[in-house]
Design a protein around this ligand. Structure first.
Ligand code: SAM
Length: 197
């Protein structure tokens, strides 16, 4: 998919939230938060046309698994056409419904959730429900890594996870804040048993 096709998808679906894919510089910076020397299970919310996905597949081990969660059907078609890798599964569901596509034994055992979805577009309850589902699927010590256009996630992330680190990537359109959040059942509110919305 070209940058022009990405832009057309944005025009049809404002939840795409960005006019062009994330820059490779920003992809690399976000992915410094991932340890590629180990096998892992990573869930990606909002892969779009797969700019992160392809980088992850190049770097991750043969034993690692990548589960894509994408709401936009055009992007899902594009991903199905361009990504042929037995380590990947492509799912046309909303991030808040992630548990419906995981195997039961994957829930609570995911190492990373990487997210590019525009949380600022979600209503407060929905945002919280996505964060709670994310916390539930992560293992203890697993990481939620999100690139976002503003600091609006700080408060809900603190409420659900109780921690975050943040850094800024200015050289992207749009500039992104990169959140690095750890699931730590001792240090955060116990959200795992709550249903959200
Ligand atoms: C800002 S784009 C990021 C695309 C790509 N990851 C990149 O970095 O270029 C946001 C993506 O999230 C998807 N998206 C938005 N809301 C979503 C949701 N609730 N669940 C799953 N995907 C969603 C959009 O369709 C789009 O692909």
């Amino acid at each position: 998919m070209s940058k022009i096709d990405f832009f057309k998808t944005f025009i049809k679906d404002r939840d795409v939230a960005s006019v062009i894919p994330t820059s490779m510089r920003c992809v690399k910076k976000v992915c410094t938060h991932i340890d590629f020397s180990q096998d892992f299970t990573l869930v990606e919310y909002g892969p779009g046309n797969g700019v992160f996905t392809k980088y992850l597949l190049d770097k991750m081990t043969e034993g690692s698994r990548l589960i894509l969660i994408e709401a936009n059907e055009d992007f899902v078609t594009e991903l199905n056409e361009t990504i042929k890798d037995p380590r990947v599964s492509i799912n046309n569901v909303l991030a808040g419904d992630v548990e419906t596509v995981l195997d039961p034994d994957q829930v609570g055992n995911v190492d990373y959730v990487l997210s590019g979805i525009p949380f600022s577009f979600l209503k407060k309850d929905r945002k919280r429900a996505v964060l709670i589902a994310t916390k539930r699927i992560l293992k203890d010590g697993g990481k939620f890594i999100a690139y976002q256009t503003s600091g609006h996630l700080k408060k809900p992330v603190m409420e659900v996870f109780g921690n975050y680190d943040i850094e800024f990537e200015m050289l992207n359109i749009p500039p992104y804040l990169i959140y690095d959040v750890v699931k730590n059942s001792n240090g955060a509110e116990s959200a795992a048993g709550k249903t959200g919305s």
